[in-house]
Design a protein around this ligand. Structure first.
Ligand code: GLN
Length: 485
């Protein structure tokens, strides 16, 4: 292979295992390209000497014949995961330069099998947002079009995979932060079932929703890496107790006889170009033997208001630890303890975390708690039950849009509310804790990628990945690379 950075995880694994290339060569190829493509501002912290050290270690394991199949394959980590060797900031001034004394479980698991870390990727501050423009360290650009947002909050992750400056990246998804940036950058992303990967060492945003996941070129690569990060972790109290699972087992199952549910009302809400691509993808599934059934998810349509109560409520509680004493930035000038905390929080947090802390504190306050927070929790339960009943009675997987259109431009949605509303298709699956993914399915007339979303029942990631793989075996949207990358 002439350009190693175009390879998939699977291809890199084969090249490394057969010793056609070394992990050091692979890492160096990526480090060179990362340096050359710095204009994307997709990486926040890069330390080539540490990366090359990890690559050497992987080469040693491979030479000894003791390596895991993914040894030596590079990966980029979202700056929400804490890492010992790279700064962990959640893209916030609050944590500028913070070096964690430990690795997040997800990072630790991938290190144990000798995957090689390329660096930390940019995101919206504390993963709050849909554009990566909320980062305190500058926005990340979409390699398809510098005017377009890369999506968010895992916009650094989707951008590095699209630009081929990482073959795979970790992301986190609380209300759509893996799926929406994947769709906007033309890459494949999966948010697994809530509780399957550990949240230990993920800087918390909304703990009942935060889920680690994977962004890669295709479903097969997602399956290979996701298999390595799921699993029970006693350090995470909401971790699901399930034995390890190889998520590649259903990749070749095909979709014959599969019932794909389509919420028709959702399809009416999207732009005409995207709608055409979604319909074409459905036709493709039909031609592969799936049955399309129309479904209705009226409760799920209440997702946005429910999410924008629950997520800020949890955020306001989680972010209270950043007081300049226990964690985070400490103001230099202050006259007493309370003033120190106030100034530290004022200087450390950007506008979006501040907004969410205010909303969250309000909905949790005495007199409003029942009307907002409790009510939202009740509706959340109804949404989860509606999905359960749909999977029990009507279909095996759900096919729907990820967003209403391809990536919008940085200046298009400047008010927070229109950004919140744009999460309408990704939030329901998050509230119900369901595995869901984004699959590239077209390109708009102005050159911006389209994606569709698949949602499955709890812990059915293997099936979900199989359904995506069936599509990718017969189409090549996931193979498109933005010009110049
Ligand atoms: N866009 C959503 C938000 O702003 C989702 C973010 C996420 O999933 N981390 O909260």
């Amino acid at each position: 292979m002439t350009d190693l950075t175009q390879a998939t995880v699977k291809e890199l694994s084969q090249l490394l295992q057969s010793k056609e290339v070394s992990a050091v060569e692979v890492a160096q190829a990526y480090l060179n390209k990362m340096e050359a493509k710095k204009e994307l501002n997709a990486y926040l912290d890069v330390r080539p000497e540490v990366t090359l050290e990890q690559a050497k270690e992987a080469d040693k394991k491979i030479a000894e014949g003791k390596a895991s199949p993914l040894a030596g394959v590079p990966i980029a980590h979202k700056d929400i995961f804490v890492t010992k060797e790279w700064a962990s900031t959640a893209a916030s001034k609050m944590l500028e330069g913070y070096m964690s004394p430990f690795d997040a479980t997800v990072v630790e698991k991938l290190k144990e099998i000798n995957m090689v870390t390329l660096g930390k990727t940019n995101c919206d501050e504390f993963a709050m947002g849909s554009t990566t423009a909320n980062s305190a360290y500058g926005k990340t650009y979409n390699p398809w079009d510098k005017e377009a947002v890369p999506g968010g909050s895992s916009g650094g992750a989707s951008s590095v995979v699209a630009a081929r400056i990482a073959p795979v990246a970790t992301g986190t998804d609380t209300g759509g932060s893996i799926r929406q940036p994947s769709a906007f950058c033309g890459v494949t992303g999966i948010k697994p079932t809530y509780g399957r990967p550990s949240r230990w060492g993920m800087i918390a945003f909304a703990s009942s929703l935060d889920t680690a996941g994977i962004i890669a070129q295709d479903a097969e690569d997602c399956a290979l890496v996701l298999s390595q990060i799921i699993g029970f972790d006693k350090r995470d109290s909401t971790s699901i107790e399930l034995p390890p699972e190889d998520l590649t087992v259903s990749l070749n199952d095909g979709v014959k006889g599969l019932r794909i549910g389509v919420p028709r009302k959702w399809m009416e809400k999207v732009a005409p170009g995207l709608k055409q691509s979604l319909e074409a993808a459905l036709k493709q599934y039909e031609s592969l033997g799936a049955t399309i059934v129309d479904i209705d998810l009226p409760k799920a349509e209440l997702g946005v208001p429910v999410y924008y109560i629950i997520a800020p409520a949890e955020a306001s509680s989680n972010l209270s630890r950043f007081d300049g004493v226990r964690y985070g930035h400490r103001a230099e000038d202050y006259h007493d303890l309370l003033d120190m905390i106030k100034r530290s929080r004022d200087e450390g947090f950007g506008p979006e975390p501040k907004r969410r802390i205010l909303i969250g504190t309000y909905v949790l306050s005495h007199g409003y708690y029942d009307a907002y927070y409790i009510k939202a929790q009740q509706v959340r339960r109804l949404i989860a039950q509606e999905f359960d009943a749909t999977f029990k009675n009507l279909c095996d997987v759900i096919f729907c849009p990820v967003s209403t259109d391809a990536a919008f431009s940085f200046n298009d949605k400047s008010d927070p509310l229109s950004l919140y509303l744009s999460d309408l298709f990704t939030i329901p699956g998050s509230l119900a804790g369901l595995p869901s993914m984004s699959v590239p399915c077209g390109i708009s007339s102005n050159g911006r990628p389209y994606g569709f979303q698949l949602i499955a029942a709890k812990c059915k990631e293997a099936q979900l990945l199989g359904v995506a793989h069936a599509y990718q075996q017969t189409t090549d949207w996931h193979k498109k690379v933005p010009a110049g990358y």
